[in-house]
Ligand binder design. Structure first.
Ligand code: SF4
Length: 271
């Protein structure tokens, strides 16, 4: 049985980020199967929440690792973390034991669910993903594995914006398919009014190519009416050494030291 905890990894959004994978399944468990996912195809398509890792196991792993130098503990991993039905209690548990602020990276699929929004409201920072301004582009880029509607997802995000006490970041991944949608996406971002917009392109190894820096800069220009906007090419990534390289590589394939030694971890921005 592998570990639920991985990293810390250098995150362009969160600094030194200790990963918690509350799914910890062998293959990817997700409600989407995004064109750009670096974890390969979705092995376990799931639309319903359930418990994957019991809280008792999380507690014993967190207590075993002791104090960790990190800026955030982040719920992410091999799939969509809000599918874990015990996410809310796990957030409080991790904060209490680690004494770190808690972040969650979500693909937003379950934002229409009031229970999910309640769980996410317990985090210090939530990063919600939106890659499309309309249903057809949503289906093309995110390839939802269940009956998700972009319209309902947007309503859920806006409700959460009004409820959550922590920071809300909006992450948008741009690839060849949706690069013409930047103006519409900027309008969506204005409607949501997040604390930060993260404009992304897949820098980690995956099935699609990233957009070049000049194209991402032009996309950023469309977001000029929003306050804090950062692109994947501008962000600084701290140097870190994971506690357990094998567990970290399982969640971030295609990364890791290229040569012997520390600090060689490359960090891409994908979910
Ligand atoms: S990128 Fe994230 S949301 Fe998309 S398929 Fe991969 S794990 Fe799921």
């Amino acid at each position: 049985m592998g570990s639920v905890i991985y990293g810390p990894v250098p995150s362009w959004r969160l600094g030194r980020s200790l990963g918690i994978d509350l799914l910890s399944t062998r293959g990817k468990t997700c409600s989407f199967d995004c064109l750009y996912c670096q974890l390969g195809r979705t092995v376990h398509p799931l639309a319903q929440r359930r418990e994957f890792v019991p809280l008792a196991r999380l507690v014993s792993e967190l207590e075993r690792i002791g104090p960790v130098q990190a800026d955030y503990a982040t719920f992410s991993g091999v799939g969509e973390p809000t599918l874990a039905g015990n996410l809310g209690d796990a957030i409080d548990t991790a904060r209490r034991i680690l004494r770190l602020p808690i972040a969650v990276l979500t693909n937003s699929s379950l934002m229409p669910d009031e229970g999910v929004r309640r769980d996410l409201a317990r985090a210090d920072m939530v990063v919600v993903k939106l890659d499309a301004p309309a249903e057809d582009m949503f289906r093309l880029v995110n390839r939802p594995t269940g009956p998700y509607s972009l319209d309902e997802i947007l309503k859920g995000i806006k409700l959460f914006r009004g409820q959550g006490k922590g920071l809300l970041a909006l992450q948008m991944m741009f690839i060849r398919e949706n690069r013409g949608c930047a103006a519409l996406m900027a309008k969506l971002a204005e409607d949501i009014s997040p604390d930060e917009v993260q404009i992304n392109t897949p820098l980690r190894e995956c099935a699609v190519a990233p957009l070049p820096p000049e194209e991402l800069a032009a996309i950023k220009d469309e977001f000029r009416r929003l306050g804090a906007v950062v692109t994947a090419y501008e962000a600084r990534r701290p140097r870190v050494t994971p506690l357990n390289a094998a567990e970290t590589l399982r969640r971030r394939p295609g990364e890791g030291p290229q040569e012997k030694g520390e600090g060689k971890w490359k960090h891409g921005p994908q979910h």
